[in-house]
Design a protein around this ligand. Structure first.
Ligand SMILES: *[C@@H]1O[C@H](CO)[C@@H](O)[C@H](O)[C@H]1NC(C)=O
Ligand SMILES: *[C@@H]1O[C@H](CO)[C@@H](O)[C@H](O)[C@H]1NC(C)=O
Ligand SMILES: *[C@@H]1O[C@H](CO)[C@@H](O)[C@H](O)[C@H]1NC(C)=O
Ligand SMILES: *[C@@H]1O[C@H](CO)[C@@H](O)[C@H](O)[C@H]1NC(C)=O
Length: 221
């Protein structure tokens, strides 16, 4: 009888853990990759070529926007102008972009919002909401794109899109395929690196509590 109860309890915890893991991965996929898809879909309608999703550009977009955290002014504007030199002197080294492969950045779009918006809404309400940004998005000379996003649970959330006309796969090349990037906050496209700035993720907490409970339950009396 006692054993049966414990068994039920274990199953309850295990299924709870699986559901939590599923919800976590669904809610916390990488929204920057979704934004790249949205950008490409929008270009396709105009019969423009798809842009290559460049992790090197994405990582620099994240560096850019991290510098601007705290500078979100009313109406989704990011009041922040990092010096041009920061790209080669700060962002590229932080990401491990090999300098000889540094190409030309042909455009950037930044935006912020007091709370998290799913990528399609961030696109239409924050990033590409006027003629200027739409024409930038639809410029024929771009070949590559990278998106970065950073935010904390309660906001604000910042997004940055960088465009380049570099040769696909041979510009903004990451050393060691990006293995050395020290990333503790934020997400960027073309990679699986994505953390929303929470210190402890709930899956981890669940695993720990499951471990403790199993230990207590299975301990010989
Ligand atoms: C962010 O805003 C503050 C206050 O307006 C300003 O001093 C700072 O230079 C801004 N940061 C950047 C990177 O522009
Ligand atoms: C497209 O981008 C290129 C490179 O930045 C620029 O020279 C050109 O004027 C842009 N074209 C349009 C139509 O905005
Ligand atoms: C492309 O983006 C613009 C600006 O957000 C929007 O008005 C337009 O409907 C979009 N087009 C498609 C096909 O999604
Ligand atoms: C660039 O790399 C991606 C991923 O490795 C690959 O799918 C794509 O075909 C490459 N594009 C070119 C033009 O080499």
């Amino acid at each position: 009888m006692m054993m049966k109860k414990l068994f039920c309890c274990e199953w309850f915890i295990l299924s709870h853990l699986l559901v939590a893991a599923y919800v976590y991965s669904k809610e916390h996929g990488n929204p920057t990759n979704d934004l790249v898809d949205i950008i490409n879909k929008n270009r396709t309608v105009e019969k423009l070529p798809q842009l290559n999703d460049s992790p090197g550009l994405g990582c620099m977009a994240l560096q850019y926007i991290k510098l601007c955290e705290g500078n979100c002014t009313g109406g989704n504007a990011v009041n922040c102008k990092p010096p041009e030199d920061d790209f080669t002197e700060v962002f590229a080294p932080n990401c491990g972009v090999e300098l000889p492969t540094f190409g030309t950045i042909t455009g950037h779009i930044v935006g912020c919002q007091s709370k998290y918006l799913e990528p399609s809404l961030a696109f239409s309400r924050v990033l590409v909401k006027d003629k200027h940004s739409l024409s930038l998005l639809r410029n024929k000379s771009h070949t590559e794109v990278g998106v970065g996003m950073v935010g904390v649970h309660k906001g604000p959330f910042f997004w940055c899109i960088l465009f380049s006309n570099g040769q696909t796969n041979s510009t903004f090349v990451l050393e060691n395929h990006g293995a050395g990037i020290k990333q503790n906050k934020g997400c960027f496209s073309g990679s699986s690196i994505c953390s929303w700035g929470q210190n402890i993720n709930p899956v981890f907490l669940n695993i720990v509590s499951l471990g403790i409970l199993s230990f207590l339950l299975l301990k010989p009396l």
